[in-house]
Design a protein around this ligand. Structure first.
Ligand code: ZN
Ligand code: ZN
Ligand code: ZN
Length: 377
């Protein structure tokens, strides 16, 4: 089937420059002289640059209070880095093989400065900087930089909505394929093909958990042959225009038992309760509490063995997390999953998941396929 593919509005140099300025400002408010970012989701968000292979060679974005944003890359990777969408918003520097990249970094950092380091920095690079600048100090940005990324602008929201719509279209089509008599990996392959045909450039996961395999939330897809009567957890997603999709539905092959119907309905109502709890200013943990309350009341609290959700953006799993103890308030523009589940060891599992974005007065789902129990062949 051919589909008219949507397109994305490119991010501008000003978009990237504004993100970098926000990071510098946020670091300054935390008493930092700068923020150091290595390859990973933070760097992608800040520059659009993702090296083809992340190696021992130092690549680092220096966002300091006393220099223009500077991207230091290995000389051989400079042409690739210069091609990145956000590269014009940085000064580019390179270091050749054989040189000491930490010596180059010396010129960019206050010797006794205090710096934040992105979570993806390899220990060897941080230790290299500490060796070159023994008076400098470093701290984690786990609670800061990913939280800046967590609030999406309109262009990012449009990409997330496009990714969600493509995942929904893939789900509609997977309902028409044959499940019984085929291996989980066959259906998983179909899902991956569908995501790509609907515009995903990258498929990150295609969970097909049939029968007892569905009771293991981390089961991806295996050699098990799907049988009539199986409950099957489908959870799939990847990247489209650089932004993630992630949705789950649980289907039944042929007529479901009363037990499957009952458990599925509990999860469906819990998922609805979680979405209903989305509201700006409310703590993220309230989403988890709302969904978990229904499942616990129904007697399955012990079988809901994971957090209710996670953020999504340039990666398919990132902060904020919808979990007890997360007091971070929801902010319009945040995007995250609401995905309660019940896992009956040795029996079956049910999970229902939508991506939800926080609006001015509540939450809007980016996945909108039917959440009732669908029967497949
Ligand atoms: Zn998922
Ligand atoms: Zn998820
Ligand atoms: Zn997940």
């Amino acid at each position: 089937m051919t589909t008219a593919q949507p397109t994305a509005v490119p991010f501008t140099t000003e978009d990237y420059a504004a993100r970098m300025a926000r990071v510098v400002e946020d670091g300054r408010s935390a008493g930092l002289d700068g923020v150091l970012v290595t390859p990973g989701p933070d760097l992608v968000w800040l520059t659009g640059y993702q090296p083809t292979a992340i190696t021992e060679r130092l690549t680092m974005l220096f966002l300091t209070t006393d220099h223009e944003p500077t991207l230091l890359v290995p000389t051989l990777e400079r042409p690739d880095a210069e091609g990145a969408e956000g590269a014009p918003a940085t000064t580019m520097m390179d270091w050749p093989d054989g040189a000491d990249p930490y010596d180059v970094a010396l010129g960019l950092l206050r010797p006794d400065g205090s710096f934040g380091v992105s979570d993806n920095a390899w220990a060897m690079h941080l230790l290299g900087l500490q060796g070159a600048l023994p008076e400098s100090r470093y701290q984690s940005l786990t609670q800061r930089l990913p939280m800046l990324r967590a609030v999406k602008d309109d262009n990012e929201l449009a990409r997330l909505a496009a990714a969600g719509a493509a995942a929904d279209a893939s789900y509609e089509e997977i309902l028409k394929v044959r499940f019984s008599g085929r291996r989980e990996t066959d259906v998983a392959g179909d899902l991956a093909d569908l995501l790509r045909s609907h515009g995903h450039e990258q498929v990150d996961f295609t969970v097909v958990g049939s029968g007892p395999n569905g009771a293991n939330p981390h089961h991806e897809a295996g050699e098990r042959v799907i049988e009539v009567g199986d409950c099957v957890v489908l959870d799939f997603g990847g990247l489209m225009f650089g932004y993630g999709s992630d949705t789950s539905r649980t289907v039944c092959v042929g007529e479901p038992t009363d037990r499957i119907r009952e458990v599925h309905e509990v999860v469906r109502l819990a998922q609805q309760a979680g979405v209903d709890a989305v509201r700006p200013g409310v703590a993220c943990q309230e989403v988890d509490r709302a969904a978990r309350h229904l499942i616990t009341e129904a007697g399955y609290g012990e079988q809901f063995i994971h957090r209710t959700g996670h953020g999504i953006g340039v990666t398919t799993h990132e902060p904020p997390y919808m979990i007890e103890g997360e007091e971070q308030p929801m902010v319009p523009g945040m995007c995250f999953s609401v995905e309660p589940g019940i896992y009956l060891s040795g029996g079956f599992g049910v999970r229902i998941e939508d991506i939800v974005t926080v609006t001015e007065d509540g939450g809007t789902r980016l996945n909108n396929t039917d959440r009732t129990l669908q029967i497949v062949g």
